[in-house]
Design a protein around this ligand. Structure first.
Ligand SMILES: [Zn+2]
Length: 345
């Protein structure tokens, strides 16, 4: 996989990579998990950190300090993104700071109002002031109608032992509210545009070596002789080893070479399509267009395409590096054998 950049490999498969996760993003997601552990107060560590660093103050407005440990500074640094991934569910509001905790649609009252008068922001004022007998009563605190509406939509669950945070990042399916590393990672990571052809690479049941061969072909990264020459590698003979009639390039080897064309024509006949394209970018839409024939056909077509690509590449390498030659009928037999084996999976 040296032919593809590390940055490209470290993308999700649907976004053109092979699904590796960059360590920097793993580190960030782990730090966010730590911040979640801190606010959810489910451990002795979290309770100790609160009593050591937050004390009677508020975590969400606490300023970084030289006396803070590296771990706590890391937790503080992730407050902004953490705020976007959590939601408050109230029992009675007695554990939720009215002004500073981000309980109103992921924002705090201070975030919304900008500031509070000294009289309004009395130390330690809790949400229980406007939540009585399981009912929100924002009108008792002179909120605007719009803000009152948002407050009224904040969830209340009197059955809870206390007010609690639930894990609910945007875009993730609603679950139990418990932390999930996958959704945490998705919140942190860079996203890229979708790769429309990913399903032709990561087809279920397709052998890994074939997946990676098609992956490199779609990116134009297979090391054919023309590419090796362009890198300055001394190539004694630039001619295609399958037909000995034209310089070897990805375009020639896979879609213009007589040997390959014979193989692809046979696959088109078996699949019942007319794929007369001159590169894989032309053939893929033909297969995609046949999707209406059913999932089984669509899968078989993708498997046949990948197996053909891989066997052409294998035959090219065997001829160059081992001096072995398999006639087209033999290559077709090997393709059918592999396709049948993968169909059983
Ligand atoms: Zn050729």
């Amino acid at each position: 996989m040296h032919a593809v950049s590390w940055e490209q490999l470290c993308r999700p498969r649907k976004e053109g990579g092979v699904g590796l996760r960059p360590l920097l993003e793993i580190r960030e997601a782990s730090a966010l998990k730590l911040a979640w552990s801190f606010i959810s107060r489910g451990s002795l560590w979290a309770d100790w950190m609160h009593s050591r660093y937050v004390k009677q103050g508020n975590f969400w407005t606490c300023a970084p300090d030289n006396n803070h440990s590296v771990t706590f500074k890391t937790v503080l640094r992730h407050r902004v993104v953490l705020k976007t991934a959590i939601r408050r569910v109230m029992r009675d509001g007695s554990d939720t700071d009215l002004w500073r905790d981000p309980w109103i649609d992921r924002r705090s009252l201070l975030d919304i109002r900008g500031s509070a008068t000294h009289r309004e922001d009395r130390r330690g004022l809790k949400c229980s002031r406007i939540l009585r007998d399981g009912v929100w009563r924002p009108e008792s605190y002179r909120y605007t109608e719009e803000l009152g509406g948002i407050i009224m939509s904040t969830a209340i669950d009197p059955a809870l032992p206390a007010d609690r945070w639930i894990w609910e990042p945007p875009g993730a399916s609603l679950g139990s509210g418990e932390f999930q590393f996958r959704s945490c990672y998705n919140l942190i990571r860079h996203t890229f545009s979708l790769s429309p052809d990913y399903e032709f690479v990561w087809c279920k049941g397709l052998a890994r070596k074939m997946q990676l061969c098609v992956y490199k072909l779609l990116l134009g990264r297979l090391l054919t002789r023309d590419r090796l020459s362009s890198f300055g590698v001394a190539v004694p003979d630039p001619i295609c080893v399958l037909c000995s009639s034209a310089p070897e390039s990805i375009r020639h080897l896979f879609f213009e070479c007589d040997v390959t064309w014979h193989i692809w024509s046979e696959q088109s006949r078996v699949l019942g399509v007319c794929a007369s394209g001159r590169n894989i970018g032309d053939i893929i839409p033909v297969i995609r267009g046949g999707r209406g024939r059913g999932q089984d056909w669509f899968r078989t077509a993708r498997v046949r395409l990948a197996a053909s690509v891989w066997h052409v590449w294998r035959e090219r390498n065997r001829r160059i590096f081992e001096g072995l030659v398999t006639p087209p009928v033999g290559i077709l037999h090997n393709i059918d054998f592999d396709v049948n084996a993968m169909e059983i999976v």
